[in-house]
Design a protein around this ligand. Structure first.
Ligand code: FAD
Length: 528
């Protein structure tokens, strides 16, 4: 009944938009003219996770930010209070975050991927003005032509600027330059009220901060001004192996304490042959590391630190000498340090190679029950133990990333949630369980549900025991979200009431139940 009513509302909206729009509409049941309000597609109802499939009632393919503004202005002024709208970037979420059950999905990739570069002179910064629907790979390709590149990245580049800025955008450069949300100078946002607003740290600053890490709740990012730096030509890419967790994390923390020499730091757990092989597809060094993983009853695991040095570092110093100066201070397994020189483009685009390999073996379009967490430094060993209690190395498909970040590179006013900064500890870790579950290899419904249950157990236990916070979070209830935000909940709700009071935006996150009003947000809030 409810579904039918909402469908009717959307159809009514389409009809009213057709009648009210200043545009000339083509009179065909499937074609809604310049607004491109189209019937739903399979893509709009799914994402990389392949866990949830919520079908919207219609899809908007905007040709300009004005189309988005027109849609949201109409919805916020109309009595169609329950119609929701989700911006969808590249759809690489895991738990339906960019989906809108019975609502409208705005396909941000339809916006022209305009990229304007500004090369700064002396004392002037370089930046790119880029569409919120453009992918990072497009910005990289374009900016490299001018010898420039963004400073802060994600491991994978076929995701959109608006999508990662709505979360944080982290990778091995984050310890040095902060997350992507710390490298944005200005945004153009269409709020839930339909207003198009230019915002920055000095202009409409509250909206700027709200939207960064804002999970698509306050507005749709239609344009972003991204800070650029001079791009190196080449990168020295190094991997070192460990058989002791404490030594592994100690060396990672050493590396992030040397930002003048090191440009990138990550690391992962080597659980089995498969995780060693799949993580090395893009790493073109000859490695003779063939560890003994022990037996099923007493498995042995290893760890790998990955770091990189850009070739323009210290212009008069050979990059080999920089790597040597760094590695002599490290305590990896003797003789198991491997290095290779690759182009900056290939280094940044390394996950694409893994994607191609997985696609060719039919292992890309499978379920991805991923779990990412920010973990306080004090709890990182406990977290490792918790993982090992809940994961069996012999049947784990995927990768477990672990690497340190530094708190002072994160603004305190954005919407991102980090573990409590009760201590003065600068270091915190990101831990990503990036797991694949292939139905063709026996992991169908029940197996997937069991993996999701275990991940929820890990996330809940790590939250209570260690104070970890999920990144790219998924909480099945508003109560879970309230707990996730903790003391930041009130500010999040205030921002929602201010920029999207009818709760039109971001239904797939499940933070504000569909149809809530400003009053009931407070009711939800005060119920805890
Ligand atoms: P979508 O999944 O389409 O959307 C994500 C959320 O953002 C939704 O809530 C959506 O409504 C909202 N949204 C999308 N566009 C906009 C917009 N323009 N304005 C406002 N809200 C918007 N993340 C990292 O930080 N570091 C990594 O290294 C990393 N590696 C990854 C590797 C792979 C293979 C994959 C699949 C994901 C990875 N991610 C990583 C996660 C990724 O950053 C997020 O999933 C991100 O949301 C994906 O961007 P998207 O364009 O696909 O967003």
């Amino acid at each position: 009944m409810e579904i039918a009513m909402v469908c009717t509302r959307v159809n009514l909206l389409i009809l009213i938009l057709s009648l009210c729009s200043p545009y000339k509409f083509i009179q065909s049941p499937m074609d809604f003219g310049p607004l491109n309000l189209l019937p739903t597609t399979i893509a709009a109802s799914s994402d990389f996770g392949r866990i949830l499939f919520h079908s919207p009632s219609a899809v908007l393919k905007p040709q300009s930010p004005r189309d988005i503004s027109l849609l949201l202005s109409f919805l916020s002024a109309s009595s169609l209070g329950k119609v929701t709208v989700a911006a969808r970037g590249a759809g690489h979420s895991i738990h339906g975050q960019a989906q809108a059950l019975d609502g409208i999905v705005v396909e941000m990739r339809s916006l022209p991927a305009e990229i304007e570069l500004h090369k700064g002179g002396e004392g002037d910064v370089s930046y790119a003005d880029v569409s919120g629907g453009a992918m990072w790979i497009e910005l990289l390709e374009q900016s490299l032509k001018a010898g420039l590149a963004p400073r802060s990245w994600t491991d994978y580049l076929y995701i959109t600027i608006g999508g990662t800025l709505s979360n944080a955008g982290i990778s091995g450069q984050t310890f040095k330059h902060g997350p992507q949300i710390s490298n944005v100078l200005q945004l153009e946002v269409v709020t839930g009220r339909g207003e198009t607003v230019t915002c920055s740290p000095t202009k409409n600053a509250e909206l700027f901060s709200a939207v960064l890490g804002g999970l698509g709740q306050f507005g749709i990012i239609t344009r972003a001004r991204i800070l650029l730096q001079e791009a190196p030509q080449k990168v020295k890419w190094v991997r070192a192996f460990y058989d002791d967790f404490g030594t592994f994390t100690k060396d990672q923390e050493l590396l992030v304490s040397m930002p003048d020499m090191v440009d990138y730091v990550e690391g992962f757990i080597v659980l089995n042959e498969q995780s060693l092989h799949s993580s090395s597809i893009a790493f073109p060094a000859n490695m003779d590391f063939s560890p003994d993983f022990g037996t099923k009853g007493s498995p042995k695991i290893y760890y790998c630190i990955e770091f990189a040095v850009h070739d323009y570092q210290r212009k008069n110093t050979n990059v080999e000498q920089v790597v040597e100066a760094i590695s002599v201070q490290m305590s990896h397994i003797a003789s198991h340090l491997y290095s290779v020189e690759v182009s900056y483009f290939d280094f940044l685009n390394r996950v694409r190679m893994e994607e191609m390999s997985l696609r060719s073996s039919g292992l890309w379009e499978v379920h991805h029950p991923w779990l990412n967490m920010f973990v306080p430094k004090a709890g990182i060993r406990d977290l490792r133990d918790l993982l090992m209690d809940n994961i069996s190395p012999d049947n784990f498909e995927g990768l477990i990333l672990i690497y340190p970040l530094l708190r002072d590179k994160w603004g305190t006013n954005t919407s991102v949630v980090l573990p409590d900064s009760g201590s003065t500890e600068q270091v915190m870790y990101v831990v990503g369980i990036l797991r694949s579950a292939n139905p063709d290899e026996g992991c169908s419904h029940h197996c997937l549900q069991e993996l999701l249950r275990r991940h929820r157990h890990i996330a809940d236990t790590a939250g209570v025991r260690i104070g970890a916070k999920q990144y790219l979070a998924h909480h099945p209830t508003p109560a879970g979200w309230h707990q996730h935000f903790g003391p930041r909940w009130e500010r999040f709700v205030e921002r929602k009431n201010r920029f999207d009071p009818l709760s039109i935006l971001g239904p797939g996150q499940g933070i504000f139940p569909k149809g809530s009003t400003g009053v009931s947000f407070r009711a939800v809030s005060s119920a805890f």
